[in-house]
Write a protein that binds this ligand. Structure first.
Ligand code: C2E
Ligand code: MG
Ligand code: MG
Length: 441
């Protein structure tokens, strides 16, 4: 389809090139580049494979035309490509070529009335210092590509030995994640969500924790990215969600009628069976579905917004509440708020952290203010996340924020600790000391 040499033809060309260099005792370096397209999957998912294929074809033509005669551009498979540069010995020169190639990809291509472009991550390896066989060169270039990809920005990276161990540890981590899933080593921790009018704990947010056998308790920053790359997040979510609902059902049987908020990944929300699975999970745990809230980030939502909207509607029909998490940090395209039937906005903690002192609060400097006003206008309720200071709490109360969570009320803790927090009652004392006039609203 692309008219490019295949993986096999590329491999045999590089092999014979290496072979002839060996015969001629020619040690002159050359550069081998591995790259894959960033966001190509999004184009396929959103517009279908036919348009995806046409885009790829047009792109490959353009890139091929930019190369010199003896440089080989091959398709390795899917959206993975190779540049074999027998005439380039200098890695900086090769990097420049890759960056020019990247610029070409970023130029919009017109396909079926759409203006499409994509990015790419390039990994560079050089014969003979990074490898003297085709396998070694592929591995080195792929490792460098993996490195630049993990930084999340696209661009190009030249292979370094340290990248191998980095990659190895990612693979190890992935292996450990799989074992931990088999053994059920993931659990939910809980953070109280406090109503700002009454000071009562009205709910808890369940947060994933990995009880790692060697390293102890790990929070999501230690494993979520690798889990996502390995496609393991839905399995982790399912374990954490089950553990959260089981705990919450036990608290309810002790008289604590709490709502529970769970974090869901894009993979879960896009899955057609998800609303039914949630229903089953609640039934099995004997937890009322109307007391469940699910949290979705803007990023998870926009990936496949129509599918997400269908799942959200089905969940709401069952009585589940839906919140947008980390609001304001993602795409911030406000139009999707009208497309999606949600109930709650959770203001991202960075906006809360902007409120530092009482005078900040009095000056009304925070974007939190604007988010609260907007949510009210749309008839949504608002939860502030990451409330650490009394000044923040006072400000949020004054602006009419409905609920809050954060270290001021409590850090995430396990089931037992949460039960003792619940036994202590409410947070009226903190609210009274902070914003006594507000509670009389
Ligand atoms: P999030 O859902 O926005 O959760 C809030 C995060 O802020 C939690 O981090 C919490 O410990 C932290 N936090 C709470 N109060 C404060 C505060 O006052 N100050 C500061 N600085 N931080 C505070 P955590 O538990 O590390 O979770 C990080 C993120 O990982 C979550 O952000 C959520 O996006 C994701 N996550 C957590 N559990 C799950 C899960 O079960 N499934 C999925 N898919 N994602 C999860
Ligand atoms: Mg959350
Ligand atoms: Mg959040």
């Amino acid at each position: 389809m692309t008219g490019l040499p295949s993986r096999y033809s590329l491999i045999s060309q590089v092999e014979s090139h290496i072979q002839s260099k060996k015969v001629a005792r020619d040690d002159a370096p050359f550069v081998f580049v591995f790259f894959d397209l960033d966001r190509f999957k999004n184009i396929n998912d959103a517009l279908g494979h036919r348009i995806g294929d046409q885009f790829l074809e047009a792109l490959c033509h353009r890139l091929q035309a930019s190369l010199a005669q003896n440089q080989i551009f091959a398709r390795f498979g899917g959206d993975e490509f190779v540049l074999f540069l027998p005439d380039i010995a200098d890695l900086d020169e090769a990097s420049d070529l890759c960056l020019r190639t990247l610029d070409l990809m970023r130029e919009p291509t017109e396909v079926a009335g759409y203006s499409l472009s994509c990015g790419a991550s390039f990994g560079l390896a050089r014969y003979p210092d990074h490898g003297t066989t085709i396998d070694a060169l592929i591995q080195a270039a792929d490792t460098a590509m993996y490195h630049i990809k993990s930084l999340g920005s696209g661009g190009c990276a030249i292979f370094e030995a340290s990248m191998s161990s980095e990659r190895f540890s990612q693979l190890e981590l992935e292996q450990e994640l799989r074992e931990a899933l088999n053994q059920g080593d993931f659990t939910a921790f809980f953070q109280p969500i406090v109503d700002l009018a009454s000071g009562e704990i009205v709910g808890v947010e369940a947060l994933a924790r990995w009880r790692h056998r060697r390293l102890g308790l790990l929070d999501p920053s230690a494993f979520l990215i690798v889990a996502e790359q390995a496609g393991l997040v839905p399995d982790i979510d399912a374990l954490v969600q089950k553990s959260a609902l089981d705990c919450a059902a036990r608290w309810r049987s002790l008289g604590h009628d709490l709502a529970v908020s769970i974090n869901c990944s894009s993979a879960q929300i896009e899955h057609a069976e998800f609303p039914q699975e949630i229903d089953t999970l609640c039934k099995e745990a004997d937890f009322p579905v109307e007391c469940l809230q699910i949290e979705l980030t803007e990023q998870a939502l926009v990936r496949q917004i129509e599918r997400a909207a269908v799942s959200i509607q089905a969940l709401r029909d069952k009585g589940v509440k839906v919140a947008i998490d980390d609001f304001g940090m993602g795409y911030s395209s406000l139009s999707y708020l009208r497309q999606l039937p949600v109930d709650v906005l959770k203001i991202d903690q960075t906006f809360i952290q902007e409120i530092q002192t009482d005078s900040d609060a009095r000056a009304g400097v925070s974007l939190a203010d604007a988010i609260i006003a907007m949510a009210k206008g749309l008839g949504l309720s608002v939860i502030a996340e990451g409330v650490e200071r009394r000044a923040q709490l006072a400000y949020l109360s004054q602006q009419g924020c409905d609920q809050a969570q954060g270290y001021l009320f409590g850090e995430p803790c396990d089931e037992k600790e949460m039960l003792s927090v619940l036994a202590q009652g409410d947070f009226r004392d903190i609210l009274d000391a902070t914003a006594p006039q507000m509670r009389r609203r």
